[in-house]
Design a protein around this ligand. Structure first.
Ligand SMILES: NC(=O)c1ccc[n+]([C@@H]2O[C@H](COP(=O)([O-])OP(=O)(O)OC[C@H]3O[C@@H](n4cnc5c(N)ncnc54)[C@H](OP(=O)(O)O)[C@@H]3O)[C@@H](O)[C@H]2O)c1
Length: 241
């Protein structure tokens, strides 16, 4: 078990990639803080699944863009588990809001900046003291490339830039990122599966497991000489016209 006795905080672990990441860490022996924002039932389901894997977990409601709420969440984590080794900055608004430059809704834009970009910094800041103590690391879930996109895509793209910036600033604490392609976390319709399958060099859509496995790799000692890196997990989608 690669993460036995470690403590992992996964933001947005009530659904999709976050939930699967929390479960995979748990299978490798880690205790988990399951963060959620507005889906307590889903967070509870993640918690239950983790406990069935045999490790400990707590769920904490916190908006990642709120410094006060994140500080309280990190405190709960270290009070319960006595440590924090790994932070996975995964939370993001879903479905992604659509920003229209012809009719801009500036509060919608600001909220995307707050959750997708500032949230990553807020959580990193509050976790840092504990990560340094444990020689831990950070893994961000970002979006490194996309054929456009003004709101969601733009604010998620900051994730890669912030990953490199944090890696430089926080060294020797390692900071890396995973950039997923199309991952079926919302129950894709048949047309969507067909579309994204054709867009992949590997003839299928992404699964949360594909992304979670890469997150665990980056958090593990196997990646001990990797920092400031973003690994694209998209089945080659970016290479298809
Ligand atoms: N799925 C894809 O195709 C894809 C592609 C590229 C990148 N990504 C990235 O992968 C990550 C996970 O996406 P997903 O597809 O698994 O989405 P998802 O199933 O909708 O999960 C999003 C998670 O973020 C949480 N969240 C939203 N706003 C929050 C806030 N203010 N504070 C705390 N938590 C918040 C949600 O919690 P509540 O439900 O409790 O509010 C939920 O657990 C995101 O960073 C996303 O941008 C996904």
């Amino acid at each position: 078990m690669k993460f036995r006795g470690k403590c992992v905080l996964v933001t947005g672990a009530s659904g999709g990639i976050g939930r699967e990441t929390a479960l995979q860490f748990s299978r490798e022996g880690a205790n988990i803080l399951v963060n959620y924002h507005s889906s307590p039932d889903k967070a509870e389901a993640t918690l239950k699944a983790i406990k069935e894997e045999g490790t400990e977990a707590i769920s904490v409601k916190a908006d990642v863009s709120s410094p006060q709420e994140v500080l309280k969440m990190v405190d709960k984590c270290t009070k319960r588990f006595g440590r924090l080794d790994i932070l996975v900055n995964n939370a993001s608004q879903h479905p992604p809001p659509v920003f229209d430059i012809d009719r801009p809704d500036w509060s919608l834009w600001q909220r995307m900046v707050d959750v997708n970009a500032m949230g990553l910094l807020v959580c990193s800041h509050h976790a840092l003291i504990h990560l340094r103590e444990q020689r831990g690391c950070i893994v961000n879930v970002v979006m490194d490339y996309a054929p456009g996109g003004l709101g969601y895509v733009a604010t998620k793209a900051w994730g890669s830039v912030l990953t490199r910036g944090l890696a430089r600033k926080l060294s020797p604490t390692r900071v890396n990122a995973v950039s997923p392609g199309a991952v079926d976390t919302w129950g894709m319709a048949a047309e969507e599966i067909h579309y994204y399958t054709k867009k992949s060099l590997l003839n299928r859509v992404g699964k949360p497991e594909d992304v979670a496995k890469t997150i665990l790799f980056l958090a593990s000692d196997d990646a001990s000489y990797i920092t400031g890196e973003t690994i694209v997990v998209d089945g080659g989608k970016r290479l298809v016209d």
